[in-house]
Design a protein. Structure first.
Length: 47
């Protein structure tokens, strides 16, 4: 099941939102620098 997450580019540090499904491999590209070194950020726990 896809969910809305924040991604971070490991090359330039740009953060952006997108859908992510752990079970479906998908090639991503940073919209700012074009790098494919993109990782989803862990969800922040709400208090």
């Amino acid at each position: 099941m896809a969910e809305e997450v924040t991604f971070k580019c490991l090359r330039c540090g740009y953060e952006f939102k997108g859908t992510y499904d752990r079970k479906v491999p998908e090639e991503r590209e940073c919209p700012k620098c074009g790098s494919n070194s993109i990782r989803p950020l862990p969800k922040k726990k709400e208090k």
